[in-house]
Write a protein that binds this ligand. Structure first.
Ligand code: HEC
Length: 275
């Protein structure tokens, strides 16, 4: 086979690979986004250097989630150390199990077999959940429970329809339900449709989440920031050295910029000798 032909075949394979990638991605998007019935997931920008938020997140996690979900790939000591929580305060306030040592993995206390019996599925370990699902997904999921009397625990979730997890934060968030709203009808040209007397025409659309006023102990904004801290903590746990990595990355880019400037100055110096 001559070299030209091999080159052509390689080019053809590459083209086929690119085209199939496009087809695959359009098929995937046709299935609906990762946040399912919710629509696009809400935005979430982690703040891995915000120690106060991470400390609050850890405390929320240990109080509300750790009873069901272990963090079996992280150790108590590492979390206390990274989050700069003094060990005695950490053990006294957050580690409810007195037999725990700081070097132990956070394996949880729930019996997998028993919990499978209770929920139908064992609550999964959440060490890597923010990497498996994305932090946006976790942030949206935790705020998308709504009342649904047809389900075992009386709740369902827009992001994870049919989830077997009870809404453990209902008391804080309040009663969230699905409601309908009248929204303006848009014409093909993008403008709002109006009747002869100039009133905007509307249609009823359903599937919006709404919390009954004053039914929870936190306001909507307070609950959002509560879930922000919790998701921030889960993002940290999934990749504990990410904050360091990002910091080192910034220094590295800074170094390259300086290095480029210096070498171009040197290049100009050398060029002078030629002329
Ligand atoms: C009473 C036990 C229980 C508690 C407490 C609980 N969960 Fe769950 N959780 C479950 C079960 C069971 C599932 C599995 C749902 C399924 O797959 O249908 C689950 C699933 C999840 C998932 C989806 C995981 C995945 O990738 O499929 C996330 C995220 C999650 N829980 C976060 C939390 C957080 C955060 C808390 C604390 C606020 C919490 N859970 C408290 C029982 C619990």
């Amino acid at each position: 086979m001559n070299i030209k032909l091999v080159g052509r075949i390689n080019l053809l394979t590459l083209l086929i690979a690119i085209v199939s990638l496009f087809i695959a991605s359009s098929l995937f998007s046709a299935e609906g986004g990762p946040c399912k019935d919710y629509g696009p997931c809400d935005e979430f920008q982690p703040e891995l250097n915000n120690l106060e938020s991470l400390q609050r997140g850890a405390s929320i996690y240990l109080n509300y989630c750790y009873g069901c979900h272990s963090l079996q790939y992280s150790r108590w000591g590492r979390v206390a150390n990274d989050l700069e929580i003094p060990e005695d305060i950490f053990i006294e306030n957050l580690v409810l199990d007195t037999g725990v040592k700081m070097g132990d993995l956070m394996v949880g206390s729930m019996d997998k077999e028993l919990s499978k019996e209770w929920f139908g599925v064992a609550p999964p370990d959440l060490t890597l959940v923010a990497r498996k699902r994305t932090p946006e997904w976790v942030y949206t999921y935790l705020r998308a429970f709504y009342e649904d009397s047809s389900k075992t625990y009386g709740v369902n979730n827009l992001v994870y329809p049919g989830a077997a997890m009870p809404n453990v934060l209902a008391e804080l968030q309040g009663r969230q339900r699905l409601t309908c709203k009248d929204i303006p009808i848009f014409a093909a040209n993008g403008g709002e449709k109006r009747d002869e007397s100039g009133n905007t025409l509307t249609e009823e659309k359903c599937g919006y989440l709404k919390v009954d006023a004053n039914s929870g102990s936190l306001s909507v904004d307070e609950f959002d920031s509560f879930i922000f801290d919790l998701t921030n903590f889960l993002t940290y746990v999934g990749e504990p050295s990410r904050a360091d990595r990002e910091r080192i990355g910034t220094y590295t880019i800074f170094f390259f910029i300086i290095f480029t400037v210096l070498s171009s100055l040197l290049y100009r110096e050398f060029q002078k000798d030629y002329h």
